[in-house]
Design a protein around this ligand. Structure first.
Ligand code: AMP
Length: 418
């Protein structure tokens, strides 16, 4: 099979790396890809992956059998709808399905109709109504921009004035077109966990959970980031959490969407809060998580290409996914200034040494090739994943490997997996 992979981060590198192990893969082309993906197949820069016509032209010119989509933006832009109209198979939800992530108000409505446990929520398009509603609540306040905001549209605060100000920013268009919806939610407390599933419209197969680390510094201090690392498996989860999430969340959501005429084929990512009253959904994403994917792919004991191709055709097997007995720990190496103002252009050394180490994988996130070698080109630069029989061994291998890599200003958390 000839596969076109859309995206260019470490998540896509990990997906591409796993797809490349499939005996059925004859060619992998990534758009735009990255220097890690370039070791697995061709990378084509300069094509807008949110532009359906451009993606279709590329797929036709390269006789692509399956398009796999990493990030949410092309999904929300309807690239899968356009591909399917052009007769090209794709793994990922249609625009209507991707609204589970692209509209928090839509996701809440689906959850309510599917009987899925989630916090209460109120949607507003009128600033004064949102402000008045917040007055009636007690903190902490949770205020969210309705649309895609690259993880930046959510404010959780004890400060009523800040919450009201955030509602105004959302409606004024800080995270999308002005006049959009703001969602005010009941605050949930507990421990967070993400559950991922591969869906074929009707059936869903769960991936194993991974725990990520959002804060920049050790001990969960410092600003929020896209994710500084993660590990899998996670030992301290409620018994049967994955099965109950499949049964009580994913399957009812697929059925409710199907009854609305939406066949949801793609990854579904349920962000959950384990509250005293049981697990409740915080949000859905219509794609895999980054950095969770980087820790999960080395553990998945399956032919990923076969799974995604069968899911795209609506015929996933009726069984659980197989996992290797190993653990994985992913440490993100970040640039100076990340997340506010990341530095770039620093020469990266040590990848050759790490490339020769066993039980270590390096997935590229923000790197660019130059005549003088690889340089940094993003806040999160590399993901160093160690694997081993247990989390402690995987952790030691990841950190041993990370110690061989250098670039100016490089920093990383030292407590991932501890
Ligand atoms: P979201 O993008 O909706 O997942 O929100 C980002 C983060 O904000 C979550 O991972 C939580 O840590 C926090 N959060 C979101 N919604 C709530 C809520 N209802 N109660 C408490 N924390 C929340």
């Amino acid at each position: 099979m000839r596969v076109l992979l859309l995206g260019g981060g470490a998540r896509e590198h990990a997906i591409g790396w796993k797809l490349a192990q499939s005996p059925a893969l004859t060619e992998l082309i990534a758009v735009p890809g990255n220097p890690g993906l370039a070791q697995l197949g061709a990378c084509i820069p300069g094509v807008d992956i949110n532009d359906s016509e451009a993606v279709i032209s590329l797929a036709l010119a390269n006789a692509i059998d399956l398009v796999v989509i990493g990030p949410e933006a092309p999904l929300a832009a309807g690239v899968v709808d356009a591909l399917s109209e052009a007769g090209i198979d794709a793994f990922g939800p249609t625009e209507a399905g991707a609204r589970l992530e692209a509209s928090k108000a839509f996701a809440k409505d689906v959850m309510r109709r599917a009987g899925v446990a989630t916090g209460e929520a109120w949607s507003f398009t009128d600033v004064d109504e949102a402000i008045a509603h917040l007055e009636t609540m007690e903190g902490p306040y949770v205020v969210k921009a309705d649309g895609l905001a690259a993880g930046k549209g959510v404010l959780v605060t004890e400060d009523l004035i800040a919450a009201q100000g955030w509602a105004r920013l959302c409606i004024d268009g800080r995270f999308g077109p002005a006049g959009t919806t703001v969602v005010v939610e009941e605050h949930l407390s507990g421990r967070e966990v993400s559950v991922f599933a591969i869906c074929d419209g009707e059936r869903a197969l769960a991936l194993e959970p991974a725990r990520d680390y959002k804060r920049l510094e050790d001990g969960d201090r410092g600003p929020n980031t896209g994710g500084m690392g993660c590990f899998s498996p996670v030992a301290d989860l409620p018994e049967g959490l994955v099965e109950t999430t499949l049964h009580d969340v994913v399957e009812p959501v697929l059925a409710t969407m199907a009854s609305d005429g939406i066949t949801y084929r793609g990854f579904l990512y349920a962000g959950m809060m384990i509250t005293e009253e049981g697990p409740k959904v915080l949000e859905f994403n219509c794609r895999l998580g980054d950095p969770e994917t980087q820790a999960l792919m080395p553990r998945l004991d399956e032919d990923l290409l076969e799974l995604l191709a069968t899911a795209a055709e609506g015929r996933l097997p009726d069984r659980s996914l197989r996992w290797s007995g190993t653990a994985a720990v992913d440490v993100v190496l970040a640039s100076a200034g990340y997340p506010e103002a990341p530095d770039a252009g620093r020469v990266i050394t040590g990848l050759d040494v790490v490339g020769a180490m066993s039980d270590v994988h390096v997935f590229h996130a923000g790197t660019t090739p130059t005549r003088d070698g690889l340089i940094t080109s993003g806040g999160r630069v590399l993901n160093v994943v160690g694997t081993g029989p247990d989390v402690a061994t995987a952790q030691r291998r990841a950190y041993d490997a990370a110690a061989h890599i250098h670039f100016g200003g490089m920093h990383y958390r030292t407590d991932i997996g501890s």
